[in-house]
Design a protein. Structure first.
Length: 349
């Protein structure tokens, strides 16, 4: 997937990283807050903003146990916590419409089949699948039939499980629309658990576009991911980390979101190409490079290494590469050299 087609836009992922601002459930079902988050994501320069769509009864047993990072929510059980954050389909449609108005791509992660059908009905252009569903055959095969790009997070999994899910997606002839996101499902993620080196391994092993879902509290991991080949990145953000909710603590605030995206754009520009050549700016600085010089020497002398050296001079000159030096050694000098000077080929026979 060198190019990502979204609605009427084509994103060349070779040139530009696709940036997703993850709103998730951080707006606490307050549409006013959600609209402000859309405004901030657009202002910061994100390509897309992503929410979540789910029906709690379809994804959660009432006896389900909280993950470790949500243990500080002591006065409510896991089911009730998720139920309190459940967005209405009607609100999701309003958010999608507002995104169109603001010219930012609306995305939402479906956690169940009915939610996926709803999102498909309002023309969500990409299906982002959370790490919790990488091993969910039921949802994966359902989404594959939608024939839209799939961004698949890979937290909570091993290569064995990723292999099986990629094979399933390939079976539905959807591998050319697959992006694997390296993810660590802990909020916030500790540096020791980020494991960015799997990114080039995903590229080699699965031959797909790769991205990074960043749950850390700094910019560093995202920039490293891009340097290692990630072409899509996402990160949680919030209007205020002091707002209630399970994902606020690992989220960027608006000024930090803008700074994160600015650094991403600097990084993608810094990557350049695989071709190593002298840049246009370097051409103006070639006098920094040393060239071969010859010490005062009498005409007729057979040149040895003691007669030669390397110093800075003009932009042009003979570089002191071994291949050039080998052509000079043992040759007779055709004229007297009175003072140290740049070596030129007309000095020897």
């Amino acid at each position: 997937m060198i190019k990502l087609k979204v609605n009427n836009q084509t994103f060349d992922l070779k040139k530009h990283v696709f940036v997703i601002a993850e709103a998730g459930v951080n707006y606490n079902n307050n549409l006013s807050l959600a609209y402000k988050m859309i405004d901030e994501a657009k202002k910061a320069g994100a390509n897309a903003i992503k929410f979540q769509t789910f029906i709690t009864e379809n994804i959660q047993l009432k006896s389900s146990i909280k993950p470790n990072y949500q243990k500080n929510f002591k006065n409510t059980n896991y089911f009730d916590l998720i139920k309190s954050l459940e967005p209405s389909f009607n609100d999701q449609k309003k958010l999608s419409d507002y995104c169109k108005k603001k010219k930012i791509i609306f995305l939402s992660t479906p956690y169940d089949e009915k939610s996926a059908d709803f999102l498909d009905s309002i023309n969500v252009p990409i299906f982002k699948i959370a790490s919790t569903d990488l091993t969910n055959y039921f949802l994966l095969q359902h989404i594959c039939k939608k024939n839209k790009p799939i961004f698949l997070s890979t937290g909570l999994s091993s290569y064995k499980e990723i292999d099986e899910s990629v094979k399933l997606i390939e079976k539905f002839h959807m591998k050319n629309k697959l992006v694997l996101l390296q993810t660590t499902s802990d909020y916030p993620t500790k540096n020791i658990d980020i494991n960015l080196k799997v990114i080039p391994e995903y590229i080699r092993k699965y031959n797909v576009t790769v991205g990074f879902s960043d749950h850390t509290q700094t910019n560093v991991a995202s920039l490293g991911a891009i340097a290692l080949g990630a072409r899509i990145v996402e990160k949680h953000f919030t209007l205020d980390r002091n707002l209630p909710g399970p994902d606020q603590s690992s989220s960027l605030e608006p000024s930090e979101l803008k700074d994160w995206i600015q650094k991403i754009r600097i990084m993608e520009q810094s990557l350049g190409t695989k071709i190593k050549k002298i840049t246009n700016s370097e051409l103006k600085n070639l006098t920094m490079r040393k060239i071969i010089v010859i010490n005062p020497t009498s005409k007729g002398t057979k040149i040895t290494l003691t007669h030669l050296g390397a110093m800075r001079g003009k932009k042009t000159g003979i570089l002191p590469l071994k291949s050039n030096i080998d052509k000079i050694l043992g040759k007779k000098l055709l004229t007297d050299v009175i003072k140290i000077q740049e070596f030129s080929w007309n000095l020897i026979e």
